[in-house]
Write a protein of this length. Structure first.
Length: 236
């Protein structure tokens, strides 16, 4: 196995801990705001507030981790890569505003007792979710690039991200979600975490591919959910 000096290990560990703190604090503060405003579904009921909230976190994280993120990227390149996101975001936006509302409505009778927020969400849900995913990808990119700069082999980075990203989703169990829901998201996050370093470090537009795949999971999962749990609504 690859050897790292103590200094290198300390540098990597410090960044991973910082990224975990960003993730944990942002999540806890989100729930605090939801409770303070007496919201049942934060994203759906206050989409602009939480879109701005996660955009602020994404900007803060990008600034904090600017060294590993933008070391080899000038302002012109950054603007160009950001512009490439626009067509993809338009396609995703059309999907949730046009296609999803046409699918069978999720039945309250078939839904679990503590359903995830997206299960009964409108298209507005995906506005803050898009910002949330952006924030997550900034943290993921920072961790991957930081480990790569320490000359850690790609397969080890992939294993580390699989454990970290998959393990984080195990915390969904503390929110009272069903075992099937937690297992589905954890397994998907683990697989995604394993492959995402290859996108960032090998693909030409790694961030765009990673963001698109991350976002698309929610669209696909919501589509399947509408068909599987919409049976009662259709037959009624």
């Amino acid at each position: 196995m690859q050897n790292l000096s103590r200094f290198d290990m300390r540098a990597v560990a410090s960044l991973l801990v910082a990224a975990a703190l960003f993730w944990a604090v942002s999540s806890q503060l989100y729930y605090w705001i939801v409770d303070a405003l007496s919201l049942e579904r934060g994203y759906d009921e206050a989409p602009f507030l939480f879109a701005a909230y996660y955009l602020a976190w994404a900007c803060f994280a990008a600034f904090w981790f600017r060294e590993p993120l933008f070391r080899k990227l000038d302002a012109r390149q950054a603007s160009y890569k950001a512009a490439i996101m626009l067509p993809m975001m338009m396609v995703l936006g059309v999907y949730v505003t046009v296609v999803l509302p046409m699918l069978p409505e999720v039945s309250v009778d078939l839904a679990p007792q503590n359903p995830p927020e997206f299960m009964f969400a409108s298209a507005w849900y995906y506005l803050p979710k898009s910002a949330d995913i952006l924030f997550q990808q900034v943290l993921i990119a920072a961790m991957i690039f930081a480990m790569a700069r320490q000359n850690i082999k790609l397969r080890y980075i992939a294993l580390a991200m699989a454990v970290l990203f998959g393990g984080y989703h195990l915390t969904l169990g503390f929110d009272g979600f069903t075992t099937l829901y937690v297992a589905r998201f954890t397994l998907s996050a683990t697989v995604f975490g394993f492959f995402v370093p290859y996108l960032y470090l090998k693909a030409r537009y790694g961030f765009q591919w990673a963001y698109g795949m991350h976002w698309s999971f929610y669209a696909v999962d919501a589509t399947i959910t509408h068909f599987v749990l919409g049976g009662a609504a259709v037959s009624a």
